[in-house]
Design a protein around this ligand. Sequence first.
Ligand code: PMP
Length: 308
Amino acid sequence: MATINEAKYIWFNGKLVAWKDATVHVLSHSLHYGNAVFEGVRAYQTDKGPAIFRLKEHTKRLMNSAHACLINIPYTQEELEKAQIEVVRENNFTQTVYIRPLAFFGYGTMGVSSKGANVDVAIAAWQWGAYMGEDALRKGIKVKISSWMKPAPFSMMAKAKASANYFNSQMANFEAVNAGYDEALLMDQNGFIAEGSGECFFIVRNGSIITPPNDTSLESITQQTVIEIAEDLGFEVKRQRITRDEVYSADEAFFTGTAAEVTPISNIDGRVIGKGEMGPVAEKLQKTYFDVVMGKNAKFEHYLTYVK
Ligand code: PMP
């Protein structure tokens, strides 16, 4: 979706290496059989320098994803947290940063079984602004409900941030973008709204903020943060299943995610949502979210890890 903004160093198997040297062999196991796990973390520029948002929770999710996918990461959670801090610090970023930790099976074995395959771990970081562009954050995006559905829990593990899950996301996103929309919204096997290709979904309807439970979707850190922020602002937030017709008649809709932050949705399947612009609830939540991640809200400062 966006060209990578090269930085100086990538942490690779325990040490910082030059960006161009963080390479793998074409016979790396995960490249063929698709079993890898990753994270998407952001660091924002604050008055006290760059700060990583909810580093512990993201790193814990990476460890859980790896455990579920039988990827034995040869580092502790603490070591991986320190490594992410090091990558952000040593690259001397001056803008918003996206951090991408990745654990995968490397070179040395072949065949479907990953038994005995060695595990490589990389942590890259680069400067990355608004996921879908600044305009998307201000004016909202056009979304298409996908013909692809989220895999059922007996087929895939949505709670793991597994690379394999992103085949489904990628196909849904292609279909939507190819049809002239900005992003896809996927339903689960029962026809209830699950999530976007890389975001959680919220609506505002009859004065309540509603977001689905994570039955067939990622346990999102931003979704949880936005719920906390909304409740702190005095809104009622319901975790309940949402149907397609409820989406069309919502007063507001928006996506949340580490990359997407709080992105308003102005149109779904050709139906204008609310006034076809960012609604007042999304605007309030987006503003507060940016205050929180940039260290301007003391109540949530415990979620920030300053790197200097
Ligand atoms: N769902 C999917 C499929 C995602 O890829 C993401 C982005 N990580 C999210 C939801 C949002 O999760 P988070 O808020 O933890 O970034």
